[in-house]
Design a protein around this ligand. Sequence first.
Ligand code: GDP
Ligand code: PGA
Ligand code: MN
Ligand code: MN
Length: 624
Amino acid sequence: MSIATQVHRKTRADLPATGTAPTHPRLVAWLDEVVDLCQPDAIHYCDGSDEEYEQLVTVLEEAGTVVRLNDEKLPNSIYARTDPDDVARVEDQTFICSEDERNAGPTNNWMAPAEMKRVMTKLYDGCMKGRTMYVIPFCMGHIDAKDPKFGVEVSDSAYVALSMRIMTRMGVEPLKAMTDTDADFVPCLHSVGMPLEEGERDVAWPCSETKYIVHFPDERMIWSYGSGYGGNSLLGKKCYSLRIASVMARDEGWMAEHMLILRLISPEGRKYHIVAAFPSACGKTNLAMLEPTIPGWKVETLGDDIAWLRFGDDGRLYATNPETGFFGVAPGTSYETNPNAMRTIAKGNSIFTNVGLTRDGDVWWEGMTKDKPEDILDWKGRPWSGSTGPQGGRKDEKAAHPNSRFCTPIEQCPILADDYHNPQGVPIDAIVFGGRRENTIPLVTQSRNWKHGVFMGATCSSETTAAAKGAVGVLRRDPMAMLPFIGYHVADYCQHWINIGKKADEAKLPKVFYVNWFRRDDDGRFMWPGFGENSRVLKWIAERVDGRAEAVETPIGFIPAAGSLDVEGLDLPEEDLRAVVSYSPQEWHDEVPRIGRWFDTFGWRLPRELVDELRNLEVAVGRA
Ligand code: GDP
Ligand code: PGA
Ligand code: MN
Ligand code: MN
């Protein structure tokens, strides 16, 4: 404790409070500790009501963090600009602090929990001075699920409280359920890391250069410091529902995955449920609400980012979406590419971050309309025009940050499936992996069986995007699109996937596929039109599930036989189609050693099944 704070250390009873204080004994004890450490000026217990939403928007408006958007265009919606340096997840500063370093594995940053707590306790000491502490009770997944997953986030950001209300079941209901059943919860501590001295003026987007996103998987606890950006600060999302939940899932025999969930309906009315894992900014939100271009087929949405997979009594895997909102990439979203996202947003009640702002209080981003507006404010607040770029900046500077986001309630989605409300979830027919690869990976490949499917997922790769801080376009392995989200050792995670397969009858397991919308030609253009046209691939997947569509076996799995992919009405030259769909022996000859090097990083824990699959592939491509 510093000398200054020894003089008068505030307790929770000293603080002006709004809302109703909880009575849950372990929550009360934890809140007392947090107040003692962080020393906020006031405390607000969130109830999740409309009145509270209104109050918090006013707080943020007065602080200059947000502006209200034009109520006629986007009712009840707000606009925020972050600090230009706080725009994405910070993977370099994300830690898995397991007791045993070996349980964090080679893909995570690690520090001993005790040491990390020493470092962060210093940072947290007095970090909420001059600010209000928001207590945000929430539940990931249904409150009436068999085993509801509660959390409480304490944050000094009203932006976080508002966003959590969109993204999770938040407020009095989860708090009551948690209290009535004396349930455990995951304590999630968040601070923007910018205390205010007496009389010090706040900035519009407080944050700190020092950032830590820390998980204590053995204790099921999350500490986040220094960033207000969604992926770092909405702790129910990536931190809880993926990193901590993946550890819970390992221990409890289920799966927490970075997947969208959709329902595909054939013209005959047959329903297929498909989950798909793509890395951040690789097309999940778009695929989740796609509008099929093939006549008679329909898609309904269940989730766009996270899926929890559990076995049902019938021995099949069922998927639920633990979230209640979309936190989607804005650029590229338009009535052409993703009309259902546009319709969801148009109903309002949304938070837009780091997009462009029009003079009449509407939002704009690259790709939203063909014509670029001439007079708007860019994501840094500078006057920006489509023809000259920002005032005082370069002509090619974008109006919206490439990782700018909309945060919007899922219930506004016009094609939300009824079973979104079903705590059991939906039985999965197909699991799809994918990524951004300019070559090598064909449009769609089906695995030979579950084990081969796990190999496909474990060797997934993608070019990096703006969703995380760092270089964009660099090829990296991203197992099951979970690289930044696995809360334990990557080899154990792959082993868990294999074990899940052993628990079930192979015939009842979902079929596994690998897709790539991003193959490019020699001029760097995407060869596959993507978006709504991806329904053609979904149709082929559905027909494979039914054992109907014809396929050709290659060393990497089954690809569509000539004529089996429905391309009727598709405007794509035959040779381009062949190039996107085909298996390239030369490219795979080059790929296989890269997979070998990736597996070398797993160490001795690499599952034997994956070694076998790699050996088979090496033989098949002539690399043995
Ligand atoms: P998510 O972060 O995985 O949910 O990805 P999104 O669905 O938000 O898409 C990220 C970016 O990829 C956006 O700019 C999209 O416009 C773009 N995108 C999505 N699907 C496709 C596709 O099928 N083809 C192409 N070329 N781009 C796509
Ligand atoms: P995304 O979600 O997968 O939709 O990009 C946010 C993230 O992964 O950072
Ligand atoms: Mn994501
Ligand atoms: Mn998304």
